[in-house]
Structure formats: structure tokens, C-alpha cells
Design a protein around this ligand. Structure first.
Ligand code: ADE
Ligand code: ZN
Length: 358
């Protein structure tokens, strides 16, 4: 069987010929059966045009037809992608909308053999653009999370994400809300910063990261996605435990050494980087070089509805375009469990299943 690896042909990035590569049904089945975690996934980025049409039907002034919904997903560069993300998020308005988005996301994850996901929710966009309370929306997400756990056997943790270019004051509202709700909702595991690194580095968020850690929250950050290695150093310097993208570390041997030595988990998102144009061509992507250098690499889909890819695709891309073997993929899945914020006993249980998978 042959498949076009269309996921590698970016809207803004790679525009060359599609790759025609062999792929086996057995491999697909192996990928699906691998118990794995998704660690870099934005709830809003899982909402498909079809779901947007359905949600917007109840929004008097904002009802979308199928073509209008699909048009929202078009972008030609990273800045355009951020605007598309915002446009989709604007159509998530009620607790029921957030519940439906979460439930659909959970169903898709379970279908791909994902056993656990740590999901970013853009609380920063809700506060800054919608100027409304987040708790009622969060209760909708929680209803779907509890259902996913009991009906699908899928666990979900939430990471409250701030938009870095809205500045530290806005981020403070997001992180403090996470700290306030966490005692009642232990599913809120951590915080992060997304948005446009070209407009601000991590340093202005230093004291907020310290405060969040003291409140028991785990720390993540998008870093080195659109800027050079200095963005990754900045995230490490403020205490980020896990790095989103870390695309530019490849240009800094000293940083590569630190990432390898400290085994800092990297949330690698290949399709995302190609489609936003952050990485021009598949052959430029550092995934394989990171893996070979002993870095703690995990595969992730970031915003699957916007990048036309899901976690299974990311594993297939690793196999088909970066020559990862079955054993390598097992290691990547294992990394995803180890790098998660799950308690040790659950990690051990999943890792045992992973090791015994034939
Ligand atoms: N928000 C959602 N996806 C993002 C990404 N890849 N980078 C920055 N902010 C984001
Ligand atoms: Zn992201």
C-alpha cells in the first residue's frame, strides 16, 4: 500500500511535490495499539469546521455555513495561523460548546490509542478577547473529561495557557485562576505560554512562573518555535519543565548538550512546524537529529484541525519520512508517558503495557 504523506505539504511551508512512500497496514495497527500520551494539544485547535458549523448554528449573529467555517482555517504564515486559531476560539462561547469540543477531542484521541492527554486551553484568549469568566466554560470541559475517563478510559489533564504577547498582567490572570481552581480540580496540572515569541521572550514571565510553581502547578512553555535558541534558553531560565516545539535548539550545540544532559522533554510537532512555515522543508526538521543526540523527544499534533494531522499521523511521519523503526516508535511512546505529569504508579502501569505490546 502507498500513501501520499500530504501532512508534510504545508499551507505556508513545504510546497514541493508530495512524497510517495511505502507504508504497511501492520505499521498502522502497531501505531494505533501503542499506548501513548499526547502532551502538546490545544483544545481549540481540535475543533473541526464541521463542529464549528454545528456550534455556530446556535449563535444568532455568528452562524457559519460550511464554506465560511472552512475559510476560517486558511492561513499562509505563522501570524495568519494565530489569527485562525483566534477566529476558531471566538466561536466557542458557552459551557456546552466547551463540553462538546472536549468530548469530540476525547473520542478522537481514544480512537488513536491515546491513553492520556495534557491539553492546553487558551484561557488567555477568553479573558483578553471575550472578557468573560472562565469557570463556567471550564465546568463544561470537566463534564466531558469525567465522561471520557469513565466511558473511554482516557485521562485528561488541563494546562492553562496564556498568550505571551498580551503581556504578563494578562498571563497573571490566567495562572492565578489555575492556582485558585486547582485544589478543587486536580485535573488542572499546569500552565504555559503560547502566542508570538517574536514579540516577547520568556523573561517577563519569570516571577509568575515562580508563583505558579509554588502553587503546585507544573510549568511548560512554547519555546524556539519562531525564534532562535535564545527563546529556549529563556524558557529554561524561568523554570519551564517541558518545552513546546524547541525547533531552533539544533542551531546551538551547548543548548543541545544541556537538553540531553537534563533530559528536558521536548514536545515536537512536525506537521505544525511545516504548515506554519516555521520549518521550510521536512528534511530541515531536527526531529531525527534530536532523537539521535539522545534528547527526550515526544511527538504531538498541536492543533490537529488546523494542521490536518493527528497523533497517529505524526507517528507515521516519523516512520515514513524520518526512518524511525517500530522500536524507535515504542521509545517515542514511552517518552510521552515518562514526560507526562502523571503519577509514577500510572506511568509504570502504562509503560508495562507498552513493553509487552507485540
Ligand atoms: N497557540 C496554539 N497553537 C500554537 C502554537 N503552535 N504556537 C503558539 N501559540 C499557539
Ligand atoms: Zn502549541
Amino acid at each position: 500500500m502507498y500513501r501520499f504523506v500530504q501532512a508534510l505539504c504545508g499551507a505556508a511551508g513545504y510546497t514541493g511535490p508530495h512524497h510517495l512512500v511505502p507504508c504497511s497496514v501492520d505499521f498502522d495497527s502497531f501505531i494505533r495499539r501503542l499506548p501513548k500520551a499526547e502532551l502538546h494539544l490545544h483544545l481549540e485547535g481540535t475543533v473541526t469546521p464541521e463542529t464549528l458549523v454545528e456550534l455556530s448554528a446556535g449563535q444568532n449573529s455568528a452562524a457559519l455555513g460550511p464554506e465560511q467555517a472552512r475559510a476560517l482555517f486558511h492561513y499562509t504564515d505563522f501570524s495568519g495561523f494565530l489569527l485562525a486559531f483566534k477566529a476558531v476560539t471566538e466561536h466557542l462561547r458557552t459551557p456546552d460548546d466547551y463540553e462538546l469540543a472536549t468530548w469530540r477531542m476525547a473520542q478522537r484521541l481514544a480512537h488513536q490509542g491515546v491513553v492520556h492527554a495534557e491539553v492546553y486551553v487558551s484561557v488567555g484568549v477568553v479573558y483578553y478577547w471575550r472578557r468573560c469568566e472562565f469557570e463556567p466554560l471550564f465546568l463544561g470541559m470537566e463534564r466531558a473529561r469525567v465522561r471520557a475517563e469513565s466511558e473511554l478510559g482516557l485521562s485528561l489533564y488541563w494546562i492553562f495557557d496564556a498568550v505571551r504577547h498580551f503581556g504578563p498582567d494578562e498571563a497573571a490572570r490566567v495562572f492565578r485562576k489555575a492556582a485558585e481552581l486547582r485544589p478543587q480540580f486536580p485535573s488542572i496540572i499546569g500552565i504555559g505560554i503560547g502566542g508570538d515569541e517574536r514579540r516577547t521572550g520568556a523573561e517577563p514571565f519569570r516571577s509568575l512562573y515562580t508563583e505558579a510553581r509554588e502553587a503546585g502547578l507544573r510549568l511548560t512553555a512554547h519555546a524556539g518555535e519562531t525564534v532562535g535558541p535564545e527563546g529556549i534558553w529563556g524558557a529554561l531560565n524561568i523554570g519551564a519543565e517541558r518545552l513546546g516545539h524547541a525547533l531552533s535548539a539544533i542551531h546551538d550545540p551547548e543548548l543541545m548538550g544541556v537538553l540531553a544532559e537534563r533530559q528536558i522533554p521536548l514536545e515536537i510537532c512536525v506537521s505544525s512546524n511545516l504548515r506554519t512555515g516555521c520549518c521550510a522543508r521536512p528534511e530541515d526538521h531536527p526531529l531525527r537529529r534530536y532523537f539521535d543526540a539522545g534528547l527526550m523527544v515526544t511527538l504531538n499534533s498541536d492543533d490537529p484541525a488546523l494542521f490536518l494531522s493527528d497523533l497517529e499521523d505524526e507517528y507515521r511521519i516519523a516512520q515514513e519520512c524520518f526512518a524511525f523503526t517500530e522500536e524507535h516508535l515504542r521509545e517515542l511512546a514511552s517518552n510521552s508517558i515518562e514526560a507526562s505529569f502523571l503519577p509514577p504508579e500510572r506511568k509504570v502501569e502504562i509503560l508495562r503495557r507498552l513493553e509487552s505490546l507485540e
